[in-house]
Design a protein around this ligand. Structure first.
Ligand SMILES: [Zn+2]
Length: 234
């Protein structure tokens, strides 16, 4: 899953208008941001095997710290508590924690059974949507399109940067995804790990966009009763 994670992050703006898109990207991609570092440290391993699934050439051999359910719940609690404390909002913290967990749930839909439930456990989860290119494309494209639509509808560009940086990011993500799908597989795991770190630039890009867009507040419920102070006093 690639575009779908970003789709969920875009959509979070509707649920939490004060949450920056950058923090939403950080949360929704948190375990994929950790993973390349853990690969370089040798704590997690992946193998490149073209044809492993129809969509991706990776065999995720060992990634319990970034991608086991128990670890992800821990990361979600940590990041949610940290952002909630800084923003002084339990709701924003909950949305951030939900974004971290959403990554694992979406991964579980597409991955082959390779997602551990907890470090040291043998049971692996994965429903294998990656074995069908049309089904994968349909799910990724729908999540992404709905997310971008919700973000664009929940915010307004303050200036030209707010409009064109967003269009640029959306186009860039789609191009990267198509490149991953239809380009040649990477030649070495170290290349994957170093390129993976470039995802931090997407987080910065999202912060930049969000600083140039204004969140629109959700519509207030219609008042059916007149306000007390508007009543005649006599
Ligand atoms: Zn992942």
């Amino acid at each position: 899953m690639f575009l779908g994670h970003f789709g969920i992050a875009f959509a979070a703006k509707r649920a939490a208008p004060t949450l920056s898109l950058g923090t939403a990207f950080l949360a929704a991609q948190f375990i994929d941001l950790l993973w390349p570092t853990l690969l370089l440290l040798g704590l997690e391993t992946v193998r490149i095997a073209p044809g492993a699934t129809v969509v991706t050439p990776f065999v995720f051999e060992h990634y319990p710290f970034s991608h086991s359910l128990v670890a992800v719940l821990g990361w979600a609690a940590l990041l949610g508590a940290a952002v909630g404390a800084v923003r002084r909002s339990a709701w924003v913290g909950c949305v951030v924690a939900g974004l971290v967990v959403s990554h694992w749930l979406l991964d579980a839909v597409v991955h082959a059974p390779d997602l551990p439930l907890a470090p040291g456990f043998d049971a692996l989860v994965g429903f294998g949507l990656w074995n069908s290119l049309p089904a994968t494309l349909a799910v990724e494209a729908s999540l992404f399109a709905i997310g971008v639509w919700l973000y664009a509808g929940s915010t307004r560009a303050r200036d030209r940067t707010g409009r064109f940086a967003l269009i640029g990011l959306v186009a860039f993500l789609v191009l990267v995804y198509l490149g991953n799908l239809f380009g040649p597989p990477p030649s070495a795991v170290r290349e994957v790990a170093w390129l993976g770190h470039a995802q931090w630039l997407l987080v910065l890009w999202a912060y930049w966009i969000d600083a140039h867009r204004q969140a629109l507040l959700p519509p207030q419920p219609m008042r059916t009763q007149p306000l007390p102070e508007s009543r005649p006093s006599s």
